[in-house]
Design a protein around this ligand. Structure first.
Ligand SMILES: C[S@@+](CC[C@H](N)C(=O)[O-])C[C@H]1O[C@@H](n2cnc3c(N)ncnc32)[C@H](O)[C@@H]1O
Length: 279
């Protein structure tokens, strides 16, 4: 069995199994099985597969057909131009979350104290640390997620400190310049409608925000109003129906200068709000 044939057969299997982007997926899984870059598949189509690579490729195809996301098979996802290790202990970072980083970077000055709440793989915290001179911390309720985040920090050479806890419970009053967060925001009632890749494989703690989805923002903003310095900002990712509720929560907790950024699909995706200079 050579590379070209394996690729053709893998693509057909995925296509018949109703998997989206079957050719690209087969390419990613085959290059992972071969431990080569994707370009190798096109420069070495006649190359015979070793038995071990063939066995790995077969297993990966089987896992993908059962719904496991490709990123959990290859254990990586690119975010802001860097490869992050991901396992089923963490959410797979999404491209729209890069907007949270972009917005946060507009406001962080050298030495600013920044926290990423619900850090998961550490994508937001590690990226802000690498793209700025801020002093960055990341927190999560999940110990397993923090282990992955710490691994990514080490691999990518970022300087981030981590703590396990419930939202900002461990932060000191008036100690932070900026809070960035992509909290769990899927309404519990939407569970059955989710793609099986998400519903059956990504961690529930990373997905569901409560019956309406936006409940966690109420606690987050309440705590943020206390732990941010005067003039400090919070940057949060929004669920697709949560803008109004989160704007209301922000204003109830005394935040001002709210701005919203849409994603490429035109959905309000990131909200930035500021604590007044004097309270
Ligand atoms: C939507 S995921 C975001 C992960 C990562 N920041 C990203 O954008 O890819 C939400 C994260 O919040 C964490 N989480 C959920 N509830 C939490 C809580 N009460 N306190 C701290 N972290 C929490 C989950 O474990 C999960 O890692």
């Amino acid at each position: 069995m050579n590379v070209a044939t394996a690729l053709r057969q893998g693509t057909k299997l995925l296509e018949d199994g109703g998997i989206a982007a079957p050719k690209l997926t087969a390419e990613v899984l085959l290059s992972h099985a071969l431990q080569k870059e994707r370009v190798y598949l096109f420069t070495h189509p006649e190359c015979e597969l070793e038995r071990i690579a063939w066995i790995h490729f077969g297993r990966y195809l089987h896992e993908r057909l059962k719904g496991k996301p490709t990123q959990y098979i290859t254990k990586k996802q690119e975010f802001y131009g860097r490869d992050f290790r991901v396992t089923p202990a963490v959410l797979i970072p999404r491209p729209e979350t890069e907007l949270v980083v972009e917005e946060a970077l507009r406001f962080v000055e050298p030495g600013a104290r920044v926290v990423d709440v619900g850090t998961g793989s550490g994508a937001i915290a590690v990226t802000i640390a690498l793209e700025s001179e801020a002093r960055v911390m990341g927190c999560d309720l999940s110990r397993d997620a923090l282990e992955i985040a710490r691994g990514n920090q080490t691999k990518l050479g970022a300087n981030v400190s981590w703590f396990q806890g419930d939202l900002l419970g461990a932060a000191r009053q008036g100690s932070l310049d900026l809070i960035a967060s992509n909290p769990p925001y899927v309404p519990l009632g939407d569970k059955e409608g989710l793609q099986r890749e998400v519903r059956d494989f990504e961690p529930e703690l990373a997905l569901y925000g409560g019956p309406e989805g936006h409940e966690i923002y109420a606690r987050l903003f309440e705590q943020a109003a206390i732990v941010l310095k005067p003039g400090g900002r919070i940057v949060v990712e929004l669920g697709w129906r949560s803008l109004e509720a989160v704007q209301q929560i922000a204003s109830t907790n005394g935040f001002i200068e709210t701005s919203v950024r849409d994603d490429l699909a035109g959905i309000p995706r990131v909200l930035v709000a500021r604590v007044p200079e004097s309270r």
